[in-house]
Design a protein around this ligand. Structure first.
Ligand code: GSH
Length: 206
């Protein structure tokens, strides 16, 4: 192997954020699109937990967490300073909230029939109260989540907010989240985002 290999799944928000950082770093990597229901033996051999994304490096290192992949990519090259655009602790706090309690509520909202303890609308409203309403307040003061420049936090949260918006786009379009809608629309319309969402055939060994 002479270039890094990324096992990826096009619509997975974790894989999207990894691809965003790898692309931002301008790295030459091989992307292997896999099927979550029919994972390749090579992926399982490289990473037995077999979630995506997984990045294999030519020196044998295996990065199995999307954030580790983002940090590794930006440590190679970070042309717009995503890592330093806002205080690390503030970025980490947003990302932790997104990846932890917000993602849990997003899954309940998306698959509400599997979580009958509350209705879809209740899961949705809890997710808004937890993370999206605070983001909306912050975005009233600027174009991006923290400070004045795009940071790792923007790119880490973008695919998850996109997924939230898509659960019920009619609801999202009229929700009292106009600044968040604008931030999402700006983020997904960039050439970078469009590029990482391009469809790719499922990878087969050999
Ligand atoms: N903490 C991991 C989470 C990755 C993850 O959960 N990916 C999902 C797809 S979106 C997955 O591969 N799930 C395993 C499966 O569906 O079998 C990361 O940040 O990379």
């Amino acid at each position: 192997m002479n270039r890094p290999v990324l096992y990826s799944f096009r619509r997975c928000p974790y894989a999207i954020r990894a691809r965003l950082a790898l692309r931002q770093a301008g790295l030459d990597i091989e992307i292997r699109e896999i099927e979550l229901r029919n994972k390749s033996a090579e992926l399982i051999a490289a990473s037995p937990k077999a979630s995506v994304p997984v990045l294999l490096l030519p020196d044998g290192q295996v990065l199995e967490q999307s954030l580790d992949i983002m940090h590794w990519a930006l440590a190679q090259h970070d042309p717009e300073g995503w890592l330093s655009a806002a205080p690390r602790a503030a970025q980490a706090a947003l990302i932790d909230c997104n990846d932890g309690p917000f993602k849990a509520l997003l899954d309940r909202y998306k698959y509400a029939d599997r979580h009958p303890q509350a209705s879809a609308a209740q899961w949705r409203d809890a997710a808004v109260e937890l993370l999206l309403a605070p983001l909306e307040s912050g975005l009233q003061r600027g174009q991006i989540l923290l400070g004045v420049r795009c940071s790792l936090a923007d790119m880490s949260l973008l695919p998850f907010v996109r997924q939230f918006a898509a659960v019920d786009s009619t609801w999202f379009e009229q929700a009292s989240l106009p600044h968040l809608r604008r931030w999402l629309a700006d983020g997904v319309s960039t050439p970078r985002f469009q590029a990482v969402m391009q469809k790719q055939a499922v990878w087969r060994a050999g």
